[in-house]
Ligand binder design. Sequence first.
Ligand code: ATP
Ligand code: MG
Length: 325
Amino acid sequence: MQAKPLVVRDLTIHYYTLHGVVKAVRGVSFAVGRGESLCLVGESGSGKSTIGLAVLGALPSNARVVSGKILINGVNILELSEKELEEIRGKEISMIFQDPVASFNPLFTIGQVLSDIIKYKLGVRDKNEAKKLALKALSEVGLPDPERIYNSYPHELSGGMLQRAAIAVALATRPSILVADEPTTMLDVTLQAQILDLLQGLRRKLGLALLFITHNLGVVAAICDKVLVIYAGSVVEYGPVDEVLLSPLHPYTKRLIECVPRSSVKTSRLKYIPGSLPDLRKDYPGCIFAPRCSEALEKCSRIAPKFVEAKPGHFVACHKAVKAG
Ligand code: ATP
Ligand code: MG
């Protein structure tokens, strides 16, 4: 059987700061198959972007992968040199970010960026051939008049158009994996839906393994097959999207779902989860969510719950949920 394009095993990442060592990612494992999309969900600061950057081999210099493996098409990228990584980045794995403006250098046209990538990553030396492929990449993401977009500078495009162009750049080299870190957060709702539709279509057409990062559960329902819920750098729940959203097992997931505003129901206040993320410089012997958990048992803050398959394909790390099941 062919290996899944992206496999992450027991990944632990620390940041070294003036105020101490921030243990941002704590033993995270997951895999994304061809044509599959996995959402990483969790509150701000839970370690989602850190995982995304690690998978791209692009962590900031003060970060250290303490343990684990990141296998891209079977190769552990943590054992590669920067030169070898550069070969994989862009070619086998690409990333799109929240702010499409930041993805582009204001001094270059969209066409220059695309042609350069096609030249260097795909080795297409012929200028006309590179332009042809660039225009194809632009029309593939639904941009009208690719020739005009090709000759435009980033500031000449709207946010939605620029995010489409960023997707064109990310996919022009035909990577097998796309990491999308909150790619619709800065767009208005109609544009959000269009970009999600586009990503869905491209995922199916190109058989992309999509790692989608978001804190928005509405977006999760729209785009994902599977969901991985992380809290303070630890995986608390994993399963098929319908299972996790309709029958959540972990109290943290339940609270996150309760916090989604429902426009059909008139409520006077927005809900939130009381308390805040724990101090990530510390170690926690038990469940890291226990101090904020309204369902915590006596042993929760002492003994770490195992990550177990509570229902077929639906995993949870919670003493209470497993006991109840
Ligand atoms: P958000 O939803 O706000 O984007 P996130 O889930 O993506 O949050 P991360 O950006 O991965 O979270 O951050 C995880 C933790 O690591 C946070 O405590 C954050 O402060 C810390 N962190 C992130 N980047 C750095 C850095 N370069 N140096 C030090 N600490 C960092
Ligand atoms: Mg982030």
